[in-house]
Design a protein. Structure first.
Length: 422
């Protein structure tokens, strides 16, 4: 049988694993926590911190019989007539006169939303509501002209550190993904738009998405809308994500979307001067151009998820809270998954060593599509000895303040120090 020895070597934090004939984990959790705590930029971390900035919202919307030519029911972030950055938080073309329920993910700090009926000509009926409203009636909604800009979709930003289970540098830019969700062309489809926005990693980083609350057996297919894998034509052997299938079955029957093998390569390989290059570039994390850094417009891939008819009953409840993006890295000859805090013990594709790393995190979900991640080597935020520093250090809006007390500064991501972020 397998025997894993786990030793922590003082401040180097190197965890050593070896395999022998019987199964037993040897690990000093107190020493491990001591090392992590010393290196983590917050001391102390709120002992109830879950590193969660989002919440599930439910909108119960009544559509009047007078809205006969409506073709789409939506929940928007803002009024599109006054805010051209308004995005769609939830939508359905399969609604009825009377009561309709839309479920969506929202930033916890946001309390006002907009219900919208899109009419055949493109004009809208708009009605604002708050998180405390139990029902929203569109009978007295305001009629507005067709928005000048096409409505985009609410986007979350996922920021990862590459060094789990060791301490990182806490700039949270080693792999940055932006993800949005929209309805598919069929009622049993959803589309995930995934943008590879930045990578400041020294390591090879692969990535995937676990579809929460659905099993592999619930889904008919997952395909790239353009018919091509993100790392199609990869010029080397795939070590991390060697199973090249886009749609994969997790270790416990989970539904998994494989994204890519190499975060850096998927950003640079379509550049004229880097075709086929396997140099580990740092992309969109510096303000300067060098032999090892690049500034490149993010690439986006759309995945079409087709659910089996037996799994579509609750599909209107499908939101960005139904996805668990994670990265995969090599550590001590093994493949390690790094998830956001809520799913930190998950081993979806690869068997890992479950460790209690306390309430520290190596991944963040930021509920906005324009989050500005720290520049390479700039800590996202610190708080030690009562002093807050870092890329997000604004008084009363500091990352460190939120990390030390989860009920405060929950809007920290709106207050970057401009010289410290990309």
């Amino acid at each position: 049988m397998k025997k894993k020895y786990i030793t922590v070597a003082a401040l180097s934090t190197l965890l050593l694993f070896s395999t022998t004939s019987c199964k037993k984990d040897m690990f000093d959790p107190d020493l491990y926590k001591e090392i992590l705590t010393k290196e983590f930029p917050i001391d102390p971390v709120d002992d109830q911190q879950q590193w969660d900035l989002t919440t599930r919202r439910v909108a119960t919307i009544t559509v009047p019989s007078s809205a006969k030519d409506a073709r789409r029911l939506m929940v928007l972030t803002d009024d599109p007539t006054t805010n051209h950055s308004a995005t769609i938080m939830a939508e359905t073309s399969k609604f009825s006169v009377g009561t309709n329920v839309l479920v969506f993910a929202a930033p916890e700090i946001q309390s006002t939303f907009y219900a919208a009926l899109e009419l055949t000509a493109g004009s809208l009926l708009i009605k604002s509501f708050t998180s405390s409203d139990s029902r929203v009636s569109m009978a007295d909604a305001t009629s507005v002209a067709k928005p000048q800009n096409t409505l985009g979709y609410q986007t979350f930003t996922y920021c990862f550190e590459e060094n789990y289970p060791e301490p990182g540098d806490y700039d949270f830019n080693d792999c940055v993904l932006r993800i949005s969700l929209q309805s598919g062309d069929q009622t049993n489809q959803r589309k995930l738009n995934v943008s590879m926005a930045a990578t400041g990693a020294d390591k090879l980083i692969g990535a995937a998405i676990n579809i929460l609350n659905y099993k592999y057996s619930d889904i008919e297919s997952v395909v790239e809308q353009d018919g091509k894998m993100w790392d199609e034509g990869y010029p080397a052997r795939r070590y991390l994500m060697d199973n090249e299938a886009t749609f994969q079955k997790g270790r416990n029957g989970e539904a998994v979307i494989r994204l890519f093998e190499n975060a850096s390569w998927v950003m640079v390989h379509n550049q004229t001067d880097d075709v086929g290059a396997l140099i580990n570039y740092k992309v969109n994390v510096t303000e300067t151009y060098s032999e090892s850094t690049r500034q490149i417009n993010p690439t986006t891939k759309t995945y079409v998820i087709t659910f089996k008819e037996s799994a579509t009953a609750l599909l209107n409840n499908f939101s960005l809270l139904n996805i668990d993006p994670f990265i995969v890295t090599y550590y001590n000859s093994g493949k390690w998954e790094t998830h956001t805090y809520s799913y930190k013990h998950s081993n979806i594709l690869f068997e890992g060593v479950t460790q209690d790393s306390g309430n520290m995190t190596w991944a963040l979900c930021v509920p906005t599509g324009d989050f500005r991640w720290p520049l390479e080597g700039v800590i996202i935020g610190t708080k030690k000895g009562g002093l807050t520093t870092g890329a997000y250090r604004e008084n009363d809006h500091a990352f460190g303040s939120w990390a030390a007390k989860r009920t405060t500064a929950r809007d920290w991501y709106l207050y970057p120090t401009i010289t410290s972020v990309y």
